[in-house]
Design a protein around this ligand. Sequence first.
Ligand SMILES: Nc1ncnc2c1ncn2[C@@H]1O[C@H](COP(=O)(O)OP(=O)(O)OP(=O)(O)O)[C@@H](O)[C@H]1O
Length: 311
Amino acid sequence: MIEAHALTKRYGARTAVSDLGFTVRPGAVTGFLGPNGAGKSTTMRMIVGLDSPTSGRVTVNGKQYAEHRAPLREVGAMLEARAVHTGRSAYHHLLALAATTGIPRRRVDEVVDLVGLREVARKRVGGFSLGMGQRLGIAGALLGDPATLVLDEPVNGLDPEGVLWIRTLLRDLAAEGRTVLLSSHLMSEMALTAEHLIVIGRGRLIADTSVEEFVRNASGHTVRVRSEEADRLRPLLAGPGVSVTSDERTVLIVSGISSDRIGRLAADEGIALAELVPQHASLEQAFMEMTRDAVEFQTPDAAMVDEEVAA
Ligand SMILES: Nc1ncnc2c1ncn2[C@@H]1O[C@H](COP(=O)(O)OP(=O)(O)OP(=O)(O)O)[C@@H](O)[C@H]1O
């Protein structure tokens, strides 16, 4: 379990993390999301003691990282996959890491197999592809068989087979009762991997909720209705907060009213519906909506779209 209490980090005048409070629970994969510069990496660095908070605290299983007697056995982290001596082989990199923390050699063999690096384990890390480097980073994180894992962009650079592999691995590790926190910019992947989300923007908490709830709360919620009598149905739906748009004669996209109610209104008037489909926002749409005000740099196009939406 990871717990942050009033966690704050300032770099000079810049506040990277501000009064952040959250709990990452065991047994589920928790996604850590936020626009660029939101403070994710800073928070992760504080979790594993690479940076110290200006105020507040963050603990792993009740203690700050440095207070643990064998931190690698407590928390496994991959923050910068490339932070490896490039002249060493993958095997020796892991062996050196293990030796400094009293982890037996056989565990190195285990993690090498677990991450699928057996064939290249004796090759120099300098020649590794981005994907192989990621696998090595994950091997390092798993070395101490820790109850808690903190991974910054672990799928970055992996091919589709690698992405599927890590998704399955993380879900399995969580199912064993571990605490898994990962950040990713790939929303579709996050939607498939994580059950819970912590979303931050400009260093502050925006949401701490299940993926399902986060998507449900996004207002991108509409109902698609198809009927030969769409013209007759349309005025019946009108009301405060209801909006109806239509690009095709027989199709209405309705927001502000539930599909149950639309179905009832149509039935009362004897209007036959060919389709009545609630459309849920994707995690990406929900994320864009929830973090819109927290985006550090907006492209002119995105800003223009926002203005058009607001107009
Ligand atoms: N060592 C540092 N010195 C000064 N400012 C820093 C330092 N590290 C981070 N920052 C600033 O703190 C803020 C948060 O950065 P951080 O890297 O934690 O964000 P992030 O959410 O991980 O972003 P990204 O998604 O782009 O990786 C940014 O404005 C960044 O410029």
